[in-house]
Design a protein around this ligand. Structure first.
Ligand SMILES: Cc1ncc(C[n+]2csc(CCOP(=O)(O)OP(=O)(O)O)c2C)c(N)n1
Ligand SMILES: [Mg+2]
Length: 578
């Protein structure tokens, strides 16, 4: 049968369960958009900028409800989207990127949007495909989706030349969609036995979980309970273990961790790391040395021994591997007593850290700990909290308990500012019935804040809190001591209320602690009427996060003596000379 590539693409996207596509139409994809307009199961979403589209698609995938998908123009759409594609790539998030392509049938040179898109995207995707025949459209999409979602997930790219969309051709007989890939354990029984033995014999076992463990929360809790072991998380994996579980020690490891997590791991003699690559952010700039008895579980075998040697490496899907590990684990005699002691210590450390924050004088601005405590009170347990990249990210990670797996999403290893506002929109589309709030720095807000107009157009009741400190704080804080000046990190004024007015969002502001409660009440009420709400928060950043303090120390210590002397000398000299 003769069909267009646009119609074949629509069929493929419907079959793989795509719910939303994000992008902007152009001459190379209007046929696709026209097909999508007729789909009963797919809604094409118009965005303000393809960078926003990619962050929205990323957040849809992270929400776990469907595969985040882009439909964009070639070249210019691709380069705009590249930041979000790369974020998905380094964070292990599946994403399907579809762009139109130049005509391949005319022999003309110097066509509009003519660059090698595959070369552009090769380093930030798991694979790219150029569709050359109508009959290949559906099998190519199925294969691209299989690659995106299998192993460690990631983005994939498919180019569909516009001539195949415009001119019908022989479609062949399409294969059936095989469904999502089975996620399994690939480790050997002997390795499982060894891991179980090490854990059962350990005096101070602990768990350290990342995003790869986000669908294994039940198994993690069962293991932690049986072992009486504390659980710490990475930034990206913050939601992989509930923040209100008594064995939840909190964010990070080593000196960059919250006190409960630092203490919980202090004498750890056997660490079970799940779905976490021991990357730079996860380890507070590699400021933590795991014990020799490191048991590393990951679906991607390339992460084993990459930064720290593992005693036992268990390859496979986290939930599948941990289910096997639970079966192999003998009864742990000391488990119950250790559980009580560990939980008591965690509760004590958390209370002390909270008190330390509450005692901090925010000098008339908003105390971050009080803000997050109030937000937690207002938020339902199944809410999603979306952050951007900056000081606010680590404040949220340290002070905001997350109760639901996938309930916290953050741009992590690519670490791209501008993520939050669009990702908040994507998360709300993915889970329209539950609350979605974004926390964004005033610097990152400038990058993609206008995307709130998309939330207004879609009638999405999201709440975005802009942490206004007037600086690119995560960087300016790091400039303060070594340079004693803040080059290019002090922001000019921005009228956040004006942005709200321009985009159709409800505007609220929180000037000090006394204003938190009322603003939150109003924000949640307005959001329930399906309008986006923009809240300008006069935040106090005068108290550093544990993360920032930890990584600054770790990085300084690591320099050789002459470099250290030069850096410290310059800092002292600048302090003296002003
Ligand atoms: C696209 C991009 N540009 C620059 C950076 C470097 N960077 C990391 S955090 C940060 C500061 C962010 O400032 P803001 O959004 O105001 O958040 P705050 O740290 O003040 O909470 C910067 C500039 C980055 N991560 N991503
Ligand atoms: Mg800022």
């Amino acid at each position: 049968m003769s069909r267009t590539a646009a119609s074949l693409l629509r069929e493929a996207l419907e079959n793989v369960g795509v719910r939303y596509t994000f992008g902007i139409p152009g001459v190379h994809n209007t046929e696709i958009y026209d097909e999508l307009a007729s789909s009963a199961s797919i809604t094409p979403v118009l965005v303000g900028h393809e960078g926003g589209a990619a962050f929205m698609a990323d957040a849809v995938s992270r929400s776990g409800t469907s595969l985040g998908t882009l439909v964009i123009v070639p070249a210019a759409g691709v380069t705009h989207a590249a930041s979000g594609i790369a974020e998905a790539f380094l964070d292990g998030i599946p994403m399907l990127v579809i762009a139109g392509g130049i005509r391949r049938d005319t022999g003309r040179r110097y066509q509009l949007h003519d660059v090698d898109q595959h070369a552009l995207l090769k380093p930030i995707t798991k694979g790219t495909w150029l569709v050359e025949r109508h009959a290949d459209v559906i099998p190519t999409i199925y294969e691209a989706v299989r690659v995106a979602t299998s192993g460690e997930p990631g983005p994939v790219f498919v180019e569909i030349p516009v001539n195949l969309q415009l001119i019908a051709g022989e479609a062949g007989s399409a294969p059936g969609y095989a469904g999502p890939v089975e996620r399994e354990a690939r480790c050997t029984p002997a390795d499982l036995e060894q891991a179980a033995r090490l854990l059962a014999a350990a005096k101070r076992p602990a768990l350290f979980v990342g995003w790869g463990a986000v669908d294994a929360t039940r198994e993690i809790a069962a293991l932690a309970d049986r072992l009486g072991a504390p659980v710490t998380t990475t930034l990206q994996g913050l939601s992989a273990f509930p923040g209100n579980h008594p064995l939840h020690a909190g964010f990070c490891v080593g000196r960059a961790a919250v006190p409960a997590a630092e203490n919980a791991l202090r004498d750890c003699d056997c660490l079970l790391a799940v779905g976490n690559r021991f990357g730079e952010i996860a380890t507070g700039s590699y400021g933590y040395e795991p014990p020799a008895d490191l048991i590393h579980v990951d679906i991607n075998p390339a992460v084993f021994h990459a930064n720290y040697p593992a005693r036992v490496a268990l390859e496979g899907d986290a939930a599948a591997v941990l289910a096997r590990l639970l079966e192999a684990l003998p009864a742990v005699e000391q488990g119950a007593a250790r559980r009580t002691a560990v939980a008591a210590q965690i509760a004590k450390d958390k209370a002390a850290y909270r008190d330390e924050w509450h005692a901090h004088d925010s000098k008339g601005r908003v105390n971050p700990a009080r803000f997050f405590a109030a937000l937690r009170e207002h938020l339902e347990s199944d809410a999603t909290v979306v952050v951007d990249d900056g000081n606010h990210t680590f404040l949220a990670a340290e002070l905001m308990p997350i109760h639901r797996p996938r309930g916290f999403i953050s741009p992590t290893d690519f670490n791209c500012m501008g993520y939050c506002v669009p990702a908040t929109i994507g998360a709300k589309l993915a889970r329209p019935q539950s609350e979605v709030v974004g926390i964004v720095g005033d610097g990152a807000f400038r990058m993609t804040g206008l995307e709130l107009a998309t939330a207004t157009a879609l009638r999405l009741g999201v709440i975005v809190f802009v942490f206004s400190d007037g600086e690119l704080a995560q960087i300016s804080q790091a400039q303060q001591i070594p340079y004693n000046r803040k080059t290019c990190t002090v922001l000019g004024p921005l009228d956040v209320a004006g942005v709200a007015q321009a985009t159709g969002a409800v505007f609220l502001r929180i000037d000090d602690d006394a204003g938190i409660e009322r603003a939150l009440e109003e924000a949640f009420f307005e959001a329930s009427t399906r309008r986006p709400v923009l809240v300008d928060v006069r935040i106090d950043y005068s108290k550093r996060t544990r993360f920032t303090e930890g990584i600054v120390k770790t990085n300084l210590e690591r320099f050789d003596l002459p470099t250290k002397a030069r850096l410290v000398g310059r800092a002292l000299w600048r302090r003296v000379t002003g």
